[in-house]
Ligand binder design. Structure first.
Ligand code: GTP
Ligand code: MG
Length: 461
C-alpha cells in the first residue's frame, strides 16, 4: 500500500475530501487540506472503516508503481521545498486544458497525452475537473491546490465557510424563555447577581440587552431580549442567534401556553433546551407534575429516559444557579461551538435605540470574526464607523471577539432588532451596501403596494 493524498483516497471511497477530513479529525489525525499525504497506517485504518480492504495485487505492477511513486514523491518534496505551501499553484474547480498548461508551465500536447493515458480525451479548450488536473500535475511532480471559491451574498460579503484550522472554541449564547411570571427576569438577575462581580467604577452596571457570566474560566452569554422576540425576529431571516434555550417553568404552575410556544420555537430552531425548574422554594411546588407535563409536550427529561437536562432552581433565593450554569457549559461542550476570530465581524442587532446625547445606539451580538473600534459597519439600513464599544459590564473596550455582545456608537441611523450587520474594511463599502439595501427595500415596498393596488383593482371589477 503506498501513500495517498486525502482527495485521492476520498475519490476511491466515493466521498468528498471534506467528509474524509472530518473523519480524520474524529480519529484524532491532523491534516491540513485535501492535498495532505496520508501515512500507510492511516490509509489502512480508513480502508477498513470504509470497507475497502486492498486486494492482493500483481507483484510486478506494484514494484513498478512503487518506483514511480517514489520518484514522484521525491520530485514533489523538492517542488514543495522550492515553493513553500504559500506558492502552491492554485487551480479552480474546473479549468480549460490550455489555461491549466499555462499555470503548471507544461505544453498543452504533453498534458493531452497524459490525459489520454488516463483515458480522458480532451482538446486544449476543454475543461477538466480539479481532481483530473491534480492527477496530471502529480505526474509532472507538481502539487496543486484547489482555488478557494469565495461565496458572497447579494451585498458582496464573503460567505466562504471557515476552514477547520481557523476555527476556535467560542462561548455559548443563551436565551431564556418561558411563560409569563415564571421567573425569566428573576433568573437572569440571580445569574448576574451571583456571577457578575466586576462592576464599572461607581457600581452601576449599564444595561446593554445582554449579559455575560463566567464560570470556571468559561464565558456564557445571555441575551436579555425576551426569548420569544429573539426567535421571531431572527427566525424570519432563517437563522437563529442562540445556541441553547433555557426554558423556565415555575414548579408551582407547570407547563402553560407560553411554555408550549417556547418549546416549539426551540424545536423549530433545532437548538437544545435546558429546563430551569424555577420557584422550587414555593411550598406548593410540584416538580413531578411539571416533569410529567413536559413529557406530554415533547420534552423528555433525563429522569424520564430523554436527554433534556432539568435543573431545579430558585431564582428568588439564588439556589441551583451554579448547577444550571454548569449544565449550560456541559451542553455547550457537546455542541462544540466554534468561530473564526481572524476575520471581519458579522452578527445580529439585538436592540437599538436613539439616545438623546449619544445618537443611535445598538447592542449587537458578534457571531463570527472580531470587531474593533474604528471598523466600518453596515447594520440593516444603518452604517457608520464604530466610535465606541461598551461591553456588558459597561466598560469601554476597543476589540471584541466572537460570541460577545457589545453596545456600539457611531451609526448613521437606528437599525432594527434582528438586522444583520457586517464589518467592512472601508467606510465606502458599508455606505454602498446600505444604499443598495435601502434601494432594495424601497423596491420591495413599491412592489407590495403595486400588488395590493392590482388586487384592489380586480376586486372592483
Ligand atoms: P414576565 O417578564 O412578565 O413574563 O415575567 P418573568 O418570567 O420575567 O417573571 P419575573 O422574574 O418577573 O417573576 C415573576 C414573579 O415571580 C415575581 O414576583 C418574582 O419575585 C417571583 N419569582 C421569581 N422567581 C421565583 C422563585 O424562585 N421563587 C419564588 N418564590 N418566587 C419567584
Ligand atoms: Mg420578565
Amino acid at each position: 500500500m503506498s501513500k495517498l493524498r486525502v482527495y485521492q483516497l476520498a475519490k476511491e471511497f466515493d466521498i468528498s475530501s471534506k467528509e474524509l477530513i472530518n473523519r480524520l479529525v474524529e480519529l484524532g489525525i491532523t491534516v491540513t487540506n485535501h492535498m495532505s499525504t496520508l501515512e500507510e497506517e492511516t490509509i489502512g485504518i480508513l480502508k477498513e472503516l470504509y470497507g475497502k480492504v486492498e486486494e492482493e495485487p500483481d507483484e510486478k505492477k506494484v514494484t513498478e508503481k512503487k518506483n514511480k511513486k517514489n520518484k514522484d514523491s521525491s520530485e514533489i518534496t523538492e517542488h514543495k521545498e522550492q515553493n513553500g505551501d504559500k506558492n502552491m499553484i492554485k487551480i479552480p474547480e474546473t479549468i480549460a486544458v490550455q489555461e491549466f498548461s499555462e499555470k503548471i508551465e507544461k505544453n498543452v500536447s504533453q498534458i493531452i497525452t497524459k490525459l489520454m493515458g488516463l483515458g480522458v480525451f480532451a482538446t486544449a479548450n476543454q475543461e477538466i475537473d480539479f481532481d483530473v488536473a491534480a492527477t496530471i500535475a502529480l505526474e509532472f511532480g507538481i502539487e496543486i491546490e484547489k482555488e478557494e471559491v469565495k461565496e458572497e451574498n447579494e451585498f458582496g460579503f464573503d460567505q466562504t465557510p471557515d476552514k477547520l484550522e481557523d476555527l476556535k472554541e467560542r462561548p455559548p449564547v443563551i436565551t431564556v424563555m418561558g411563560h409569563v411570571d415564571h421567573g425569566k427576569t428573576s433568573l437572569l438577575d440571580a445569574i448576574r447577581d451571583t456571577h457578575v462581580t466586576e462592576r464599572e467604577a461607581g457600581g452601576i452596571t449599564q444595561h446593554i440587552g445582554a449579559s455575560e457570566v463566567e464560570l470556571n474560566g468559561k464565558r456564557i452569554v445571555f441575551l436579555d431580549t425576551p426569548g420569544h422576540a429573539a426567535f421571531t425576529s431572527m427566525r424570519a431571516r432563517g437563522a437563529s442567534i442562540t445556541d441553547i434555550a433555557i426554558l423556565v417553568v415555575a414548579a408551582d404552575d407547570g407547563v402553560m401556553p407560553q411554555t408550549i410556544e417556547a418549546i416549539s420555537h426551540a424545536k423549530a430552531a433545532n437548538i437544545p433546551i435546558i429546563v430551569a425548574l424555577n420557584k422550587i422554594d414555593r411550598p406548593n411546588a410540584n416538580p413531578d407534575k411539571v416533569k410529567q407535563e413536559l413529557s406530554e409536550n415533547g420534552v423528555l427529561i433525563e429522569e424520564w429516559g430523554g436527554d433534556v437536562i432539568c435543573a431545579p432552581v430558585s431564582a428568588l433565593k439564588g439556589e441551583g444557579i451554579d448547577n444550571l450554569l454548569e449544565m449550560i457549559l456541559l451542553v455547550a461542550e457537546i455542541l462544540e461551538l466554534k468561530a473564526n476570530p481572524n476575520k471581519l465581524a458579522f452578527g445580529t442587532v439585538i436592540e437599538a435605540k436613539l439616545d438623546k446625547s449619544r445618537g443611535p445606539v445598538a447592542t449587537i451580538l458578534i457571531q463570527n470574526g472580531t470587531l474593533k473600534v474604528g471598523d466600518s459597519i453596515a447594520a440593516g439600513a444603518a452604517y457608520g464607523r464604530i466610535r465606541a464599544m461598551i461591553n456588558s459590564l459597561g466598560k469601554n473596550i476597543k476589540i471584541a471577539g466572537p460570541a460577545t455582545a457589545v453596545e456600539i456608537l457611531g451609526l448613521s441611523d437606528v437599525p432594527e432588532a434582528g438586522d444583520s450587520f457586517n464589518a467592512t474594511k472601508e467606510d465606502k463599502v458599508a455606505r454602498q451596501v446600505v444604499e443598495k439595501r435601502r434601494t432594495k427595500m424601497r423596491e420591495e415596498n413599491l412592489n407590495a403596494t403595486a400588488k395590493v393596488s392590482l388586487e384592489d383593482l380586480f376586486k372592483h371589477i
